[in-house]
Design a protein around this ligand. Sequence first.
Ligand code: ZN
Length: 225
Amino acid sequence: MLNPEDVVAKKDALIATAKRCFELRLQTNAGGNLSVRLDSRDAIVIKPSGVGFNECTRDNLQVVHLDGAIEPSEHKPSKDLDFHLDLYRIREGINAIVHCHSPWATGYTSAGMEIPCLTVQTIEKIGRMPLIPLSPVGGPQTEVEISPVFQDPKIRAAVLANHGTVGVGKTLMEAQYLVEIIEETAQIAYVRDTLLAARGLPTPDAPRLGTPQEVKAAVKAGALT
Ligand SMILES: [Zn+2]
């Protein structure tokens, strides 16, 4: 049973997130997609096909049940609908998904490279963002390629070869922050690797951050004084 007030609230939250993505240039044109789970848990609000992030309105966003049934809409469902629905089905803790074709990250994935988690924030907030290859049958990644990666409850973000980024979260803002961090990290990694290459220096290993317990123990032992 849909709660009309919740539907409106979730649509408004999605519109705000979509605008932020557009303004940050994480997603131009009508590509990419984003969705949010309704409080009833068994349905989502999602951007339909052919609507840009900057053009999302209460009238064009779609409500889709997790069994795939779409509430009446003039718009075509998104090509990404099946992978969004699948991630909500397999991970109870996922309440929002943001998928963008942001340029720095997509440049990395088009080179067939994982984006290294090299900043403190990326290590803490993401840990690892696997690179998911294109569908072997041709065309973009679908739930067949994406869902197995997100079966691991520790995975919060992934990048899609020749395609873009995916962030998931308990809220739209959490998922949004992840796609922002991915894009920022890709840009930082490019600068680092360009500077290292210009000086003929090797790529350093990824930094390892201690857990809060390890840091506490080290301080106690006087290792950091
Ligand atoms: Zn896409």
